[in-house]
Design a protein around this ligand. Structure first.
Ligand code: ADP
Ligand code: MG
Length: 350
């Protein structure tokens, strides 16, 4: 597969003397991939997107689109469509004319632009909205119009900068479903910036995790969740369990005992990380699986987030958090037996 977007040692410093917003970013985004750039607020996500779009220039390093260095290439010549958190529509124009606007600006006649705008309105599932004024639309509908406007210009790369973070959760889910349904109609390469890991997992197949202007890991969604390469990524992805210990011949030794880990794990000090949903509470002996190592711990407490309950338990100095299945009670002080889902634990440098 070819590479749609390449960042080569890209650094961005907005003001001389201050800390750079981005440091030495190397990132290859494959053509056809859906990539989420995920990181906390201020980590440099928007700056990456704006440099790809040509709205900012790198202070150092190169950006390549389809293998071509685009230094000095104007934003409108990059074949990129960009959607922002706010829809930025023209309030005095109809929905259709908002979508047709970039086509008009590109030189199409009013009639040709309107005709070309229709299919994008169908794509975002707003047929019949042509003549509506944009101010009569809900936030979610306005964002659909903004997406339709971007798609009408037929970009080869679609960049979305926190496009749904101003929407309420139900609408956000609708927009995720829309993006998923549109997979074949959208430009082949899609990059979405988000600070929400659930959103990243819902719409992307690859995640680039950034923090403090540094790219920590770029991998499939699956690997980012289950094979973080650093404690920072494990934490950003909501992995709550960090058990200090030592690796020796593909086994991690700690207060929890000896736990098999990937054969490639180097010997030496390492922190075992495992997601709470991969910790299996064994409520009665017949729930154990043949060959499954089990551990025991003492219940420290149960916390609740929405409908989910988290069980915190201790074994020596190791604290383990697990999702507590419905119907299982775990009073403080009780002894609990648990196991890990196969291949779930992995080790990151301490
Ligand atoms: P994110 O999108 O991850 O929230 P940004 O890319 O917007 O982060 O910003 C990264 C850092 O760069 C922040 O510290 C921000 O204050 C700084 N920054 C962004 N844009 C500018 C600008 N135009 N001038 C000066 N500093 C900026
Ligand atoms: Mg941003």
């Amino acid at each position: 597969m070819s590479t749609a977007i390449t960042l080569q040692s890209v650094t961005k410093q907005f003001t001389a003397g201050s800390a750079p917003a981005l440091r030495g970013i190397n990132l290859d985004i494959l053509s056809g991939a859906r990539t989420a750039i995920l990181g906390p607020s201020g980590s440099g996500k928007s700056t990456i997107l704006r440099m790809i779009a040509g709205l900012e220039d790198p202070s150092d390093g190169q950006i390549l689109l389809n293998g071509r260095d685009v230094t000095g290439v104007l934003p409108e010549r990059r074949g990129i469509g960009m959607v922002f958190q706010r829809p930025l529509l023209f309030p005095h124009l109809s929905v259709l004319d908002n979508i047709a606007f970039p086509l008009r600006a590109a030189g199409l006649s009013r009639r040709a632009a309107r005709e070309a705008a229709h299919p994008s309105l169908d794509l975002v599932q707003l047929p019949g909205f042509e003549q509506r004024s944009v101010s009569s639309l809900s936030g979610g509908q306005q964002q659909r119009v903004a997406i339709a406007r971007t798609l009408a210009a037929k970009p080869t790369i679609l960049l979305l900068d926190e496009p749904f973070s101003a929407l309420d959760p139900a609408l956000r889910d609708d927009m995720h479903a829309l993006l998923t349904r549109l997979r074949t109609e959208l430009p082949p390469t899609v990059v979405i910036v988000t600070h929400d890991r659930d959103e990243a997992a819902a719409v992307a197949d690859h995640i680039a995790v950034i923090e403090h202007g540094t790219l920590l890991q770029h991998d499939t969604v699956e690997r980012i969740y289950h094979r973080p390469t650093s404690l920072a990524v494990a934490r950003l992805m909501g992995g709550r369990n960090e058990i200090a210990g030592t690796v020796q011949r593909a086994r991690h030794h700690s207060d929890l005992g000896s736990i098999p880990v990937d054969a490639s794990t180097p010997d030496g000090p390492g922190t075992l990380v495992v997601r709470p949903e991969a910790v299996r509470i064994i409520a009665s002996p017949h729930e154990t699986r043949p060959g499954e190592p089990t551990h025991t711990a003492t219940v420290q407490g149960v916390t609740r987030t929405g409908i989910r309950r988290s069980l915190v338990m201790s074994s020596g100095s190791a604290l383990v958090t697990a999702d507590l299945p419905a119907g299982v009670e775990a009073p403080v002080g009780a002894t609990v037996t648990f196991g890990f889902a196969p291949d779930a634990p992995s080790v990151v440098p301490s």
